[in-house]
Design a protein around this ligand. Structure first.
Ligand code: TRP
Ligand code: SF4
Length: 326
């Protein structure tokens, strides 16, 4: 029996280059060694976008198209919508009974988000975000959760909640552990942290003309003002992108030398980067378009995933209820 992996993403909009080099290749690789459950975390999205739900369903469909085009295989992995397997909600309610509020209010991401977004996210649902996330994972008794560093505190909380449950009711759930795979530190196009809210990203599905324009506008070595000024690739985001998008070693050292000797201009350098990135995005975008052009294709995949998830969810929630005695 292969161990299980559970992970999810909130359907909040299009996936971008950060996902393409970060979470997605990890998810794809894990399919070889684990039974993977990948969930469209629409309930989690609702904790913050409860007041702007118009595009949520469509965002989920687009996101799943991104996943599959990037290599998530719906035949091997279970891809489904969180809200369609009602056991997530019920298990979250049960876990809420034994989760001290103080564990939730002390969570760094809770404090940070309420600090940033204020009263709008100071809701019961948002406070319970990590409880729902714990329910997601343990509903499948998943032992492994690929997460970014920002999610580590949530996972630690999940382990604490599991320990508490097992103490009271018996050893029903395994403690999930984080699969922390190092992801490249890709900065945004402007050199700041990559974030959709900064508008410094390129979507996986970005229209090629737009992607090329964005690459052409990337920040470079700020000290290199004129073509004849030598540049320093060590402080240039464009150079890092060449590396992250796997330019061969010889080409990297060629660019490095040419930049320092002012033998290559930034416009040309970015043009080469654009070709490199588009060579990667073109086939993914085409697969996406193919998937989305067939009406109902993604919904069918999600229906199939829901059915497969449901089998496990019913069984495990049953065990939990039996342990509690309800
Ligand atoms: N919180 C994750 C995010 O920020 C999504 C998510 C929901 C998740 N449930 C999960 C991640 C369970 C890992 C495990 O998008
Ligand atoms: Fe950066 Fe390339 Fe310009 Fe050098 S030539 S500063 S590496 S964009």
């Amino acid at each position: 029996m292969r161990e299980r992996v559970f992970s999810g993403m909130r359907p909040t909009g299009r996936l971008h280059l950060g996902h393409l080099l970060g979470a997605l290749p990890n998810w794809v690789r894990l399919q070889d060694d684990y039974e993977c459950f990948y969930c469209v975390a629409d309930l989690h999205a609702l904790t913050t976008r409860y007041d702007s739900v118009e595009s949520m369903k469509a965002d989920g469909i687009e996101m799943v198209a991104d996943w599959i085009a990037a290599g998530i295989d719906p035949a091997r992995s279970v891809i489904f919508r969180q809200s369609e397997v009602k056991e997530h909600s019920e298990l979250a309610l049960l876990l809420g009974m034994l989760t001290p509020v103080s564990w939730l209010t002390r969570s760094p991401s809770y404090k940070e988000m309420v600090g940033e977004l204020g009263e709008r996210v100071a809701t019961f649902g948002f406070l319970g975000y990590p409880v729902l996330q714990t329910a997601d994972i343990i509903l499948y008794k998943a032992q492994n959760v690929p997460v970014g560093e920002d999610q580590l505190s949530h996972l630690e909380l999940a382990r604490e909640i599991v320990r508490r449950f097992n103490q009271f009711y018996g050893p029903v759930f395994p403690e999930p552990k984080a699969l922390l795979t190092s992801t490249p530190k890709l900065l945004g196009l402007d050199g700041r942290k990559m974030s959709k809210s900064y508008g410094n990203t390129i979507d996986i599905a970005e229209e090629p003309g737009s992607a090329r324009r964005k690459i052409a506008s990337m920040f470079t070595d700020p000290a290199r003002e004129r073509l004849k000024d030598p540049g320093n690739p060590d402080v240039c985001n464009v150079y890092s992108y060449h590396a992250f998008f796997e330019a061969p070693a010889e080409e990297l050292s060629e660019i490095d030398a040419a930049c320092r000797a002012a033998a290559i201009g930034c416009t040309e350098c970015k043009g080469r980067l654009a070709d490199r990135i588009m060579a990667r995005l073109d086939p993914i975008r085409e697969r996406r378009e193919e998937l989305l052009s067939e009406p109902g294709r993604i919904e069918t995949i999600l229906d199939d995933g829901r059915a497969r998830a449901q089998v496990v969810a019913t069984e495990v929630l049953g065990e939990a209820c039996q342990a509690i005695g309800i």
